[in-house]
Design a protein around this ligand. Structure first.
Ligand code: ADP
Length: 326
């Protein structure tokens, strides 16, 4: 229609013809009509404007069609997403079940292995020590190998069982008062022969007379065994592994230093992760599972302590843990 845009938008001509002779006040656009204006085109040489308004009915069937199409697309899209989520969920469920079966199998086998292993180790020890009669040097050498390997196997079995205990929150500490210096001395003594296999000598470089701590003695011995055996395994050949015990205020620190190749910087943040071992399987490395330090960390943290390492470049590593003095 043509309108006169005076501010009131007076209607001049509609489809029924000009309104010029009628009472203009009856023919102004209502607010609702104004809101439907799509375009205003000035008519050259006049003050009029051609106004195009949209008819709400005009697009309704088109809009309905569009909405229907959109609804169908949305429905299909949701169905595809749901199907994907469902199959992902099933795969995740299957993966978790397989993981659970594997874990259960591992821990059952480990349990079953523990008793026969203990008896094998005991018997081998007795035979080596001549309890069952004289043993030739050649046979003793072979029996030593068997004993070492059954000890290694027993260590792995215990690590796996510890892991299971940690996962199920069943690793309980039997804490009582201990002299940490005594515990460290005992650990050095009992790891002496393991160190000898690598030519490593454990030296207690500095220690106070005694330091009282409230700990589970066996668990602290386990951590010490892990640190001492790692120092022998990853230290230099014929290394002198130095152990220092120092008290700082309310904390006591035990550190174990070797002079091996250290730890590559890229591996630093993974050292305490489960099954983490430096390098890949193509490199020849000392035996190990990558569980020891992970378990050690759980043990030390359960004692409200902390465990970490210093490693400057490629010449040696110091692993240390700190515990509260009791
Ligand atoms: P494992 O010795 O059975 O592999 P650990 O958890 O005790 O497992 O150690 C994890 C890894 O950390 C080792 O495989 C080794 O790569 C690295 N590591 C541990 N101690 C030392 C050390 N003293 N010097 C160099 N690397 C070490």
């Amino acid at each position: 229609m043509l309108i006169y845009p005076s501010g009131e938008d007076l209607i001049e001509v509609t489809a029924e013809g000009p309104r010029i002779n009628l009472d203009r006040h009856d023919y102004r656009l209502s607010a609702e009509e104004r809101s439907r204006i799509m375009k205003r085109i000035p008519i050259p040489g006049t003050a009029w404007e051609a106004v195009d308004m949209h008819d709400p009915e005009l697009f309704s069937s088109y809009r309905q069609q569009l909405l229907l199409q959109m609804a169908v697309i949305l429905l299909l899209f949701s169905a595809v997403v749901m199907a994907m989520l469902y199959s992902l969920g099933r795969a995740e469920q299957r993966r978790r079940m397989a993981e659970q079966h594997k874990d259960d199998f591992l821990s059952n086998v480990s349990h079953e292995l523990r008793t026969p292993l203990t008896s094998i180790r005991g018997s081998l020890g007795l035979v080596i020590n001549g309890v069952a009669g004289e043993v030739s040097e050649k046979a003793k050498g072979l029996l030593d190998i068997a004993l070492n390997n059954s000890e290694r196997l027993s260590g792995i079995v215990n690590d796996i069982l510890d892991l299971k205990k940690i996962e199920s929150g069943q690793m309980e500490l039997e804490q009582s008062r201990h002299d940490l210096v005594m515990l460290v001395r005992r650990a050095i003594e009992s790891n002496h022969s393991y160190g000898e296999r690598f030519g490593a000598e454990y030296v207690l470089l500095e220690a106070p007379d005694s330091v009282e701590v409230e700990v589970d003695g066996n668990r602290i011995l386990q951590v010490m065994t892990n640190l001492l055996s790692n120092a022998a395994k990853y230290g230099a050949r014929n290394d002198r592994v130095e152990i220092v015990i120092s008290v700082k205020g309310e904390r006591v620190r035990v550190s174990v230093t070797d002079h091996g190749e250290g730890i590559d910087e890229a591996f630093h943040e993974r050292v305490f992760e489960r099954f983490a071992r430096e390098g890949d399987s193509s490199i020849e490395r000392p035996d190990g599972t990558g569980l020891g330090l992970n378990i050690s960390r759980v043990i030390i943290e359960a004692h409200r302590g902390e465990i970490d390492f210093d490693c400057a470049g490629r010449d040696g590593t110091t692993f240390y843990f700190e515990l509260p003095v009791s």
